[in-house]
Design a protein around this ligand. Structure first.
Ligand SMILES: [Zn+2]
Length: 242
């Protein structure tokens, strides 16, 4: 594939990721998904400031890891882009980042008593423990948005080597090796939150063991599973018409 075709394919997949996350209820008016630039690891691609439900290829902007737009052409960027740059900066293995405020996930960011844990095989990708980052710990009273690189780096430190970190009273950040892996994890993070809340109403849920998580993740992040899920979500979101 030529480099131009390669970039066009990456942008196309990113647009589909936006539509899929919106259709699956992971993002609404807010939330975003980015991908590391296929030709320059020091840059990433992210839509301009609009709902993922209506993002098109013309909305995709290029940023340095510090969050500077390379060629804005009058488009306004998301305020919370430091989330993306800081994760790419710290994690060379990460090539896609999702930030969202899924309603089902937020309760687990504010309840010290109920920690989000993998409850079913398809959501094993969220990991054995999901850390919670609190912006107030280091930055005091804010509007809770991650708008500086210092805040983004602090959040990335809480994410550590994992795929998911919750953000207290706000939402979460999800990291993946590919766009498909990050979208998959973001969707099943929300599913896990719903199932865990239901299971907790019935009693003490039995969570996946670390050995089960390891085996399930291997399967769930295989090309076979990721491609099958992607085909399904793409069809539901009407991506072929884009
Ligand atoms: Zn946010």
């Amino acid at each position: 594939m030529s480099t131009t075709a390669d970039l066009a394919a990456t942008i196309r997949e990113l647009v589909h990721a936006n539509r899929i996350l919106a259709h699956e209820g992971v993002v609404d008016a807010f939330g975003h998904v980015s991908v590391r630039h296929p030709h320059d690891p020091q840059r990433y691609l992210l839509a301009c400031s609009r709902s993922p439900a209506i993002v098109t290829a013309a909305d995709i902007m290029e940023f340095t890891l510090e969050g500077e737009a390379v060629d804005a052409r009058g488009r306004r960027p998301y305020a919370e882009r430091p989330i993306h740059g800081a994760v790419y900066e710290m994690r060379p293995d990460v090539n896609a980042v999702v930030h969202n405020h899924a309603y089902e996930v937020v309760p687990f960011s504010v309840s010290g008593a109920a920690t989000l844990r993998a409850i079913t095989h398809v959501s094993a990708v969220i990991g054995a423990t999901v850390p919670v980052w609190d912006i107030r710990d280091k930055f005091g009273d804010t509007n809770l948005l991650v708008v500086t690189m210092a805040q983004g780096r602090d959040l990335a430190a809480t994410l550590g080597g994992g795929r998911v970190a919750l953000m207290r009273g706000h939402g979460c950040v999800v990291a993946g090796g590919t766009v498909r892996a990050a979208v998959n994890t973001a969707i099943y993070l929300r599913v896990n939150a719903m199932l865990q809340q239901q299971a907790m109403q019935l009693g003490d849920p039995q969570f996946l063991s670390s050995g089960e998580i390891e085996r399930c993740v291997e399967l769930q992040l295989s090309a076979l599973a990721l491609d099958r899920a992607w085909e399904y979500w793409s069809a539901r979101a009407g991506c072929s018409a884009l």
